[in-house]
Design a protein around this ligand. Structure first.
Ligand SMILES: [Zn+2]
Length: 169
């Protein structure tokens, strides 16, 4: 089911999401959440989506960088209860967000990230990510902590975002 994506500054987007509990894996509600997230992501043609963006405050996000995948083939990643280790080096990158339609801002991100997480079957996995996947993982992980692009930019860019959103509404 395609869900409505919450638009910033919706108060839910400032919530800290809760870990998924072991007993939730395999339940219909949980499996449907993951399916709904994929349907919603592909409907809008995005690269990544966090559960909170469809109003579910759980530590789940999905990423599909398509041909930009660092695995040389598209991978549909599901990250549950992820823990990130960030490489020290950073770079300013252009970034958008499905909760901030039409807005692209420069955000400083780490150039590489290691992730330990659980997949949708409850299996633990780990991986190293760079490029679009690495950037997207940092962006989606921010959503789990109630952080979005406007919280990552300077005052001038923040004011610009507010102005653009106001002009659209
Ligand atoms: Zn976002």
């Amino acid at each position: 089911v395609i869900k409505k994506i919450l638009i910033w500054p919706h108060p839910d987007l400032k919530k800290k999401s809760a870990p998924v509990l072991p007993e939730e894996f395999g339940t219909a509600a949980f499996n449907n959440l993951i399916l709904d997230m994929w349907e919603t992501l592909y409907d809008v043609g995005g690269v990544g989506l966090s559960a909170i963006q469809i109003g579910v405050p759980k530590r789940v996000f999905i990423v599909d960088a398509g041909k930009s995948s660092s695995r040389k083939a598209p991978v549909r990643w599901v990250f549950i209860n992820p823990v990130l280790s960030l490489k020290e080096e950073t770079a300013p990158l252009n970034e958008g967000c499905l909760s901030l339609p039409g807005i692209v801002e420069t955000v400083v991100r780490h150039t590489a990230v290691s992730v330990e997480a659980v997949d949708e079957t409850g299996e633990a996995f780990a991986g190293d990510f760079v490029g679009l996947e690495g950037q997207c993982i940092q962006h989606e992980h921010d959503h789990l902590d109630g952080i979005a692009i406007p919280d990552r930019v300077d005052q001038e860019a923040y004011a610009k975002i507010l102005k653009k959103l106001k002009a659209k509404s």
